[in-house]
Design a protein around this ligand. Structure first.
Ligand code: SAM
Length: 161
């Protein structure tokens, strides 16, 4: 499989999983957390698709497309290993949807990081809240869900409280 194939699978899976999770959590009012802004494509997608919920972006260094750059009050700047525990103090277990796309090119490093941040993400989710991730996560109390149509196994993971 070429890198182009992998990239396309990841993009298609992100969109399918996000759309599914947005629909599944439409009845919840809690905030949405985007972990890793990057270029801002998935953030922009969520802005377009989510109504009536605040969306906060966690990022250590903003370098996004101007159309996809959050306002200051929607940005939680810093390393997620520090800002996620602070977010729990601020928001409690209220998030309706968390999307994480924090990884880089090194799969082993991504897995180590996923193990590190899983216990920081887990308490943030409200009852019925959904977490979508590009990496497998390591949760104690969340249930892994089947992927929606069009998503590719291994390219995206979905969990629900
Ligand atoms: N989903 C994004 C999009 O559609 O454009 C791409 C996200 S990009 C793959 C990953 C982002 O996560 C990078 O911008 C990086 O700076 C951020 N990131 C990685 N590790 C982080 C950390 N420990 N704390 C905060 N941000 C982090």
């Amino acid at each position: 499989m070429s890198r182009l194939d992998l990239f396309i699978d990841r993009m298609v899976s992100q969109r399918a999983c996000l759309d599914h999770a947005i629909a599944e959590t439409a009845g919840l009012t809690g905030p949405v957390f985007e972990l890793g802004l990057g270029n801002g494509r998935t953030y922009h997608h969520m802005l377009e698709r989510i109504e009536g919920r605040d969306i906060y972006v966690f990022e250590r260094a903003v370098a996004s497309h101007p159309d996809s750059t959050p306002s200051e009050d929607a940005l939680i700047l810093g390393d997620v290993t520090e800002t996620l525990p602070e977010a729990f103090e601020r928001f409690g277990p209220s998030a309706s949807l968390v999307h994480a796309d924090l990884g880089g090119h090194n799969r082993e490093k991504n897995d180590i990081f996923a193990r590190k941040v899983s216990p920081l993400i887990e308490p943030l989710l409200a009852e019925g809240g959904i977490m979508v991730s590009s990496d497998r996560m390591y949760f104690q109390s969340l249930t892994e869900l089947a992927l929606p149509k069009n998503a590719v196994e291994g390219r995206c993971f979905i969990y629900r409280r």
